[in-house]
Write a protein that binds this ligand. Structure first.
Ligand code: FAD
Length: 268
């Protein structure tokens, strides 16, 4: 895996680095201009193993100072694949320390993973990394009962969301991991852990059955589904079928089991 630093002629016209002057872009046709995305040039400050396959990386950069992400917003890490092509991979901002410009991300090291896993496996204190963020539309809504559904990749987001809930709002999480060794405790939620065992990641069976059990057992006002793209769709249908309408469901494919777009492993 190659970690690239994008020279200015590679940078997208819609991106500027944190050091650029925020000049007004020319708008020759009078069309609405998209706000340029700032590329944060960061350094890996620390690295810590949370489980044998989940690593916490602390990323620091001057342009992160003062930025306050919403719970479970994420970053796009700008990487290159083995062929040198630019790719992006998304990781949840697990903790932010705006005063000192530090963000923690917890990255799962997938055995058959791509550039994201390779970056996380090789990142060491002192490594440079470029990223964009905070981004993502996920927002917590006040509700009597919250249900979070996901897998290893969603653990950081589920933990961040559950911790951000106001006192008195109950959270249940249904989380599937390959084995118990992959579990990262989520103190703020009552968790139903599922073990995938020999089944392939992306097999919906176990998560669907467990979510159906939860929906029968109690009422949930707000549901967040953060899982493999096809599983996410199947669970969203199940939840709608249980009478929880689209306004109360946030569903996001965090990865795709059988589709690998050339520039990003994350579903659009
Ligand atoms: C908003 C958002 C936030 C996210 N936050 C996190 C986070 O905090 N931590 C985290 O670890 N991931 C997170 N993800 C998921 C992560 O971006 C994907 O898993 C990503 O595809 C990993 O990139 P990769 O380059 O290693 O593998 P890719 O090149 O994308 O895929 C290569 C192969 O790796 C395997 N693979 C990739 N991802 C998974 C997976 N999740 N489960 C099982 N097998 C997989 C598949 O076999 C796939 O074919 C997030 C995704 C989104 C959309």
């Amino acid at each position: 895996m190659v970690l690239v630093s994008f020279p200015s002629h590679h940078a997208s016209k819609r991106m500027r680095t944190a050091g650029d002057m925020p000049g007004r872009p020319p708008d020759v046709r009078g069309s609405p201009m998209k706000k340029p995305k700032t590329i944060h040039r960061c350094t890996v400050l620390a690295r810590r193993d949370l489980t044998p396959r989940m690593v916490r990386l602390t990323l620091a950069g001057p342009s992160l100072v003062g930025l306050v992400p919403r719970p479970a917003q994420d970053i796009e890490v700008l990487l290159a694949d083995a062929g040198g092509n630019r790719v992006k991979r998304r990781y949840t901002i697990r903790n932010a320390r705006p005063q000192v410009g530090e963000w923690d991300v917890d990255a799962f090291l997938h055995a058959d993973g791509g550039p994201g896993s390779a970056w996380a496996a090789s990142a060491r204190p002192g490594s440079d990394v470029e990223l964009v963020g905070p981004r993502g539309k996920l927002e917590l809504r006040a509700a009597d009962g919250h249900l979070f559904v996901g897998d290893e990749a969603a653990l950081p987001a589920i933990a961040a969301l559950a911790e951000a809930l106001p006192a008195g709002q109950e959270a249940t999480a249904v989380v599937e991991t390959g084995s118990p060794a992959d579990r990262v405790p989520i103190g703020a939620a009552s968790v139903r852990w599922l073990e995938r065992g020999d089944r392939l990641p992306g097999d919906p069976e176990s998560l669907l059955a467990a979510v159906a059990r939860e929906l029968r057992a109690r009422d949930f006002e707000q549901v967040y589904i953060l899982a493999e793209a096809h599983i996410t769709g199947a669970i969203r249908n199940l939840v709608h079928g249980a009478g929880i309408g689209p306004d109360h469901v946030f569903a996001k494919g965090y990865w795709t089991a059988d589709l690998r777009p050339a520039t990003s492993g994350n579903p659009a």
